[in-house]
Design a protein around this ligand. Structure first.
Ligand code: ZN
Length: 263
């Protein structure tokens, strides 16, 4: 059976990863390899094209672990450091291919990236070429299919508490990291998906300002209707086996290296 999209969860950890510095594993069993989690990133493969969502601090290691030698584009969910701190490693593709790397994000995300990493967007002296070319995903494009190098997807808006983030739909898989809630239009954009990779880093808290709790995710999925939900952006409080026991049918924790396919 051939699949159009292959999505690999390269990282399903929270901003500090698991273990965080000091070999802090929290409630996670250090002997379970599925508890070793890098910062959030997903590889999407479609035909001979690919793209990644976010370039966190573990980006280089992730690309090597999953043997990704080339890259068509980067989609940025938002500009918190755990999603962008590896941006400098995109330089390798510019030097190797002599082409800019195309990045996509909301207007405010692109503006911030261009300000914080200004040297990546312009030629700095002769030996430091421009690496990145930016493209904005505007409000008018939310909920509508767009294409990057022939890869079709639907971007949608997410409420991340202190800012908004982007979610993406590829075929019948949705990706919603870093969100506490979704507006109606985004729930509609997700309708009909079979699989949803979604943030519930708020876990069992009463509420969390920036991440959905499990209860909130269950309520959102009553509207979305995904058969299978993989929880991502996992904190060290969230042990893989314990979650497997606690979660209701249809819900599982993600892990680094999890591959999903969509027709
Ligand atoms: Zn994050």
């Amino acid at each position: 059976m051939s699949h159009k999209f292959k999505m690999t969860i390269m990282g399903c950890g929270n901003s500090a990863g698991t273990p965080s510095i000091g070999n802090y594993w929290g409630n996670c069993d250090p002997h379970n390899p599925k508890n070793r989690r890098t910062r959030p990133s997903v590889l999407v493969e479609y035909g001979d094209q690919n793209l990644v969502i976010d370039t966190g601090a573990d980006f280089k290691e992730q690309m090597n672990r999953f043997c990704v030698e080339n890259l068509s584009a980067v989609l940025y969910t938002h500009t918190h450091s755990d999603h962008i701190a590896g941006i400098d490693d995109l330089r390798v593709f510019r030097l190797r291919n002599k082409e800019h790397v195309h990045i996509y994000g909301t207007p405010e995300a692109i503006e911030e990236l261009e300000r914080r990493y200004d040297y990546m967007f312009e030629q700095k002296a002769k030996i430091y070429p421009q690496v990145l070319e930016s493209h904005t995903v505007t409000d008018e494009q939310f909920g509508h299919e767009m294409q990057v190098n022939g890869i079709p997807f639907i971007p949608f808006e997410q409420d991340h508490g202190t800012c908004r983030s982007l979610g993406f739909r590829f075929g019948d898989i949705g990706y919603s990291t870093d969100m506490v809630d979704l507006p109606e239009t985004s729930l509609n954009a997700l309708k009909g998906i079979k699989t949803w990779i979604a943030d519930a880093a708020g876990y069992k808290m009463e509420s969390n300002m920036v991440h959905a709790t499990l209860k909130e995710l269950y309520a959102l999925n009553e509207r979305v209707g995904a058969e299978k939900v993989y929880i991502t952006h996992l904190s060290p409080l969230m042990d893989y086996d314990r979650l497997m026991n606690e979660l209701p049918d249809g819900y599982e924790p993600a892990y680094d290296g999890l591959c999903l396919y969509s027709g």
